[in-house]
Design a protein around this ligand. Structure first.
Ligand code: PHB
Length: 385
């Protein structure tokens, strides 16, 4: 009896060891370092939902290997980014680091990725440097650069207005998107009268709106994002400016139209996605996303989805063998993705080349009403590779 028991115990221990060992070797680990709290919480969640949808559509396995997730809330806190990224890469041994939303956090993540050689896919953060001075074979972006986002809005506004005031959070995303806006707006004959800024994630807009009322520009360009954009459009409407000085932005109405109510109706924005874009991939994506999550996807869900599509392209090219990193990177560089946003390819610096659409907020949709810039690529002059 005793002997039988210990044999059984031995067998159980052996079985556990084997299955633990096999599990670690067989699975591919995806580190999702995203904001799951604070101003950008919803963006982080939608990116996660989009990423997982693409993997689930493949049955949860790529090239025979099960995808496992390690999720970490980065809190949009640049000061915590170094420790968090190192934790995922060195302790959890993730095969790919996916993150993040906030440009400042992503810049630190990219430095860690560059130093360790870890594969990194950026599903939102626009910091120009990520595919500029910091560009690296192992770093890819599936979203946009801040220059691209600002430039498209500047091109749109130059078609309609002569003078503008800009308003943005004063960190990389606000500074760089505003610079892209100014470049295109002034190249198109416009003049930026003044730039107004406030710290991230501050939402005390009133003094800035008072200044706008005094300056009387033809239009206003703004970058704040996530929950803050709801407060901005509502404050803008409440201050009586909405019908006098039109407000523009890239992201200002994205994913938040319901909460914004009348304050966003009629607003024009320029971005690399529009609700209901008329292509078969987008129609299928919207349907699948609604079924999985009970809501309509936004650009952040699309960016998460495409981050996964890009990773899948790499993993399938090496038949799941992540040790063949160079081959994986080559396949990702050359990927031509069928994205819900339309055709998506990558420039030499690993940044998306894509159409930038003009959208009008109607009801709960950002409806495409034109193209601001076709196949826009970030020139990435600082990427020396
Ligand atoms: C950024 O920090 O790069 C950022 C954040 C939120 C956005 C866009 C860009 O909606």
């Amino acid at each position: 009896m005793r002997r039988k028991f210990s044999l059984r115990l031995l067998a159980a221990v052996a079985l556990t060891c084997t299955s633990v060992g096999a599990y670690a070797a067989d699975d591919v680990k995806v580190g999702l370092m995203l904001p799951y709290s604070g101003t950008f919480a919803e963006l982080g969640q939608n990116i996660t939902n989009g990423f997982k949808l693409a993997i689930d559509q493949k049955g949860g396995k790529i090239a025979g290997r099960t995808i496992e997730y390690v999720e970490l809330d980065d809190e949009s806190a640049p000061a915590k980014a170094n420790e968090n990224a190192n934790k995922l890469i060195r302790r959890d041994n993730v095969d790919v680091l996916v993150g993040t939303v906030h440009s400042g956090v992503a810049l630190t993540m990219a430095r860690v990725a560059k130093n360790t050689g870890a594969l990194m896919i950026i599903p939102n953060a626009g910091a120009n440097e990520l595919t500029g001075a910091l560009c690296s074979p192992n770093i890819f972006r599936a979203s946009f650069s801040n220059w691209q986002a600002g430039y498209a809005v500047g091109a749109l506004m130059a078609q309609k207005h002569k003078t503008a005031v800009s308003l943005a959070w004063n960190y990389a995303a606000g500074d760089e998107q505003t610079a892209g806006f100014k470049e295109a707006f002034e190249a198109g004959g416009g003049k930026v009268l003044k730039h107004l800024s406030l710290p991230f994630p501050n939402t005390e807009f009133q003094p800035l709106l008072t200044e706008i009322a005094t300056l009387q520009p033809d239009a206003v360009y703004a970058f704040v994002a996530g929950a803050a954009q709801v407060k901005l459009t509502k404050d803008y409407e409440a201050s009586g400016l909405k019908d006098k000085i039109p407000l523009y932005g890239a992201f200002l109405t994205e994913g938040t139209l319901e909460a914004q109510g009348s304050s966003a109706q009629g607003m024009l924005t320029a971005l690399h996605y529009a609700d209901g874009l008329d292509n078969p991939k987008n129609q299928a994506f919207i349907e699948a996303y609604k079924k999985a999550h009970g809501e309509t996807p936004d650009v952040f869900a699309v960016q998460g989805y495409d981050s996964a599509q890009l990773f899948i392209a790499g993993l399938e090219a090496v038949n799941g063998d992540t040790s063949k990193k160079e081959d994986m990177i080559r396949a990702m560089e050359n990927a031509k993705l069928d994205s819900p946003r339309g055709p998506l390819s990558f420039s030499k610096s690993h940044n998306p080349v894509m159409n930038m659409y003009i959208r009008e907020a109607r009801g709960d949709q950002n409806v495409m009403v034109g193209i601001a810039v076709e196949a826009l690529a970030d020139p990435s002059p600082d990427c020396k590779r």
